[in-house]
Design a binder for this molecule. Structure first.
Ligand code: BDP
Length: 707
């Protein structure tokens, strides 16, 4: 198996006992139009039942009474089958699944809902689950988007699964087979929109030829209930349209965007909306003309409003070249820019906020912006792409990280204010809300570059629908669908995956110091020294005696004061700051004692050892599944885990050596700086190899490697 079907493999299961009598033999699919999600649901049912249980089912489009399964919308059901009984009020995209009656009913509030209910039913069958159920499922949020960072030339920013499935050579691709397969995967986890081009947007997406291509892509997504959205480059009117300005309040600029928007909607009448990254990391924005971020967002909001579109305006606004960022604290940027604009955004603007205030680090506190925009719609931005988390070469199941953020209580106005209730719109009564995840699948048959990373995409969709779901339960569903029902397979992959984020945190950067990776570009591999003295603002403030970023109001950058009172007080005080965020909020001596009784430096040494040790068990755990997983996937994963085990040692020693060198404080367990059993590269005589000095020094013991 090469991974192409992801978790929708419909792999054969034995059918015995009451299995046969529980499977439908004929289905009524209440829409005969091939491009409708209900029709697609019928095809999935046919393929699924055939694949899993070898059962051929007959399809009709009206014969409700005589069919053993009916799928359609509430309205279609009423029209073709008569009154609906026992179905509670469904919300937009919600569905009703009932396997208790004479026939199975899968009824959606709309067509999308019917398709989602179908995938839910098939997921049960593919897991050998014949429990009789009858329940409604409704989404927690209406924005369940993914963002692809695909460039027009076919490369993908932070993509680790091969080139783009959407673009090549500055055009949209002709063969849309992979797009359809992606649509299917996304629909099965209830994603309802995909932004297909990079947030660092190239305006040539707007040429008539490319918009025709976008329309073809949208046509492929539509039957799966997925809308297409586009990232815009703010300077397009000037750089692409030939105007002398891109001032968002200039009449010619407004008119230009109006025309472009009309051209898009003419081709894609249900375009989801625009995603905008502006005034950030060199991208142009309204600040060029001293206009506010709200001026910019509202410009687009007014254009897409008549067509029912929305604007996802990113809160990720900062300029790494700005001196204030160098001297102050980038973590404060989002609140500084957006809080004062609360209430000024049009009602179809949604502020898309990264989960933490910096940038997808292995641990961050929840962004304080969630607590500061009660009059604005918000969505959380997550990353399925493991940009800072091992770039798909390391197993890191990220859902537990997301869950910690979702479950953070920000105590706005001293009332319960879970991030998940804020982002979904519930807490502040907003109509729009939800999440967007950077996904970056590519043409590799594994989609993301490695089979195990797909648990993150699956979990993202599930949690976008219901952020209260349990990360481990979701994971188990994914494992059963991806690798089968064998107990040992499920238990082993569950254990490895649940251990993976904590282990990665331990060997890459713990106590809230962030991922101690190369910060300047690659975001991969250890390079703690690169973290300071740069405009990216991901600082450790480490010197010979102390470490950590003082973000208190009393003594530091004042960032902790951006949280509501109770939370601010917790982070302000070193005693009440949880250890895992200690160095995020406080600057302390290496000898400072944690709640565990250990010093900070000893905790570093120990954690890096423990994390790497755990990562090294992954290969052995995986190998214990030999013979229980097909050879192709078994070997592919094996190679990655083997690499991760080794790279975790590089991480461990690099970080430990770096801080030992800086602090001069020995490791109590006498491991760091002492490797008596090692043969150093510089001592080896290997024909055809040469010794090279390595920078940073801590990346190789003795600072030398052989090449
Ligand atoms: C950073 C990435 C960069 C993105 C940026 C963003 O390194 O490639 O363009 O985020 O989110 O993490 O805009």
């Amino acid at each position: 198996e090469n991974g192409l079907d992801g978790w929708l493999r419909y792999a054969p299961l034995p059918c015995s006992g009451h299995c046969h009598s529980s499977l439908p033999s004929s289905i009524a699919v209440l829409n005969a139009t091939e491009t409708s999600p209900v029709y697609v649901a019928g095809t999935e049912l046919q393929n699924g039942l055939k694949g899993v249980y070898g059962k051929h089912v007959k399809v009709s489009h009206t014969k409700c009474k005589s069919s053993s399964l009916v799928v359609g919308t509430l309205d279609q059901y009423r029209e073709h089958c008569g009154p609906v009984h026992g179905v509670p009020e469904l919300e937009e995209d919600g569905f009703w699944l009932n396997t208790k009656g004479k026939n199975v009913q899968i009824i959606g509030q709309n067509e999308k809902g019917a398709l989602y209910g179908t995938f839910e039913y098939l997921s049960m069958l593919a897991q050998g689950n014949f429990t009789k159920v009858s329940y409604a499922s409704n989404p927690a949020a209406n924005i369940r988007w993914v963002n692809q960072w695909d460039n027009m030339d076919g490369s993908i920013e932070r993509g680790f699964g091969g080139p783009s499935i959407f673009f090549e050579k500055n055009r949209t691709v002709e063969d849309l087979t992979r797009v359809r397969e992606y649509a299917r995967l996304l629909a099965s986890v209830r994603i309802n929109a995909v932004v297909i081009n990079n947030v660092n947007a190239n305006p040539i997406i707007l040429t008539p030829e490319n918009l025709d291509g976008v329309a073809q892509i949208a046509d492929v997504f539509r039957p799966y209930g997925i809308q297409v959205g586009l990232s815009l480059n703010f300077a397009s009117p000037q750089t692409f349209g030939g105007l002398s300005t891109f001032d968002p309040l200039d009449a010619s600029v407004i008119e230009w965007w109006s025309k472009i928007t009309a051209q898009i909607y003419e081709r894609v009448p249900d375009m989801a909306g625009y995603l905008v990254k502006a005034d950030s990391e060199g991208q142009p924005g309204p600040q060029t003309y001293n206009r506010t971020l709200a001026d910019a967002a509202n410009l687009f909001a007014k254009e897409v409003k008549p067509y029912g579109g929305i604007v996802m305006y990113r809160a990720f606004v900062y300029n790494q070249l700005d001196e204030n960022v160098w001297t102050d604290d980038r973590a404060k940027a989002a609140v500084d820019f957006f809080k004062k604009l609360d209430g000024e955004f049009d009602d179809n603007v949604v502020i898309q906020i990264k989960y933490g205030p910096i940038d997808f680090q292995v641990r961050e506190p929840a962004s304080p912006l969630f607590a500061n925009l009660p009059k604005t719609s918000m969505a959380i931005e997550l990353q399925v792409t493991q940009e800072y988390l091992g770039q798909q070469s390391h197993l890191v199941y990220v859902a537990p990280l997301w869950k910690e953020i979702f479950d953070t209580d920000l105590r706005v106005d001293h009332k319960p204010s879970l991030v998940r209730d804020i982002m979904t719109g519930k807490r502040f009564n907003r109509k729009l809300g939800g999440s967007a995840a950077v996904v970056n699948v590519g043409t590799n048959t594994t989609w993301l570059g490695s089979h195990l990373s797909m648990s993150n995409l699956y979990a993202y969709g599930r949690l976008a629908w219901n952020p209260a779901d349990d990360a481990e339960e979701v994971l188990k569903d994914w494992i059963r669908l991806t690798f089968g029902l064998d107990r040992k397979v499920v238990d082993t992959i569950t254990r490895m995956s649940m251990e993976s984020w904590p282990a990665y945190e331990q060997y890459s950067g713990n106590l809230g110091i962030q991922t101690l990776t190369d910060i300047l570009y690659t975001h991969y591999g250890p390079n703690p020294a690169s973290q300071d003295n740069n405009g990216w603002g991901q600082w450790t403030r480490a010197d010979h005696t102390s470490i950590g970023m003082d973000r208190t109001v009393s003594n530091g950058t004042g960032y902790s004061g951006q949280y509501p009172e109770e939370v601010a007080a917790m982070y302000e005080n070193i005693e009440t700051t949880p250890d895992n965020l200690l160095l995020w909020f406080h600057h302390v001596n290496y000898t400072h004692r944690l709640k565990s009784g250990k010093t900070v430096i000893q905790h570093f040494y120990d954690a890096h050892y423990t994390g790497a040790e755990t990562a090294q068990t992954f290969l052995t755990q995986w190998e214990s599944l030999h013979g229980k997983i097909d050879t192709e996937r078994f070997n592919h994963v094996r190679r990655f885990l083997d690499y991760q085990g080794g790279h975790s040692i590089v991480w461990r020693d690099a970080i430990n050596d770096f801080y030992y060198n800086l602090s001069g404080i020995p490791d109590e367990a006498k491991r760091v700086g002492h490797h008596p059993w090692r043969i150093e590269a510089e001592d080896m005589k290997l024909q055809g190899y040469k010794a090279y000095d390595v920078t940073p020094f801590e990346m190789a013991s003795g600072t030398v490697a052989v090449v």
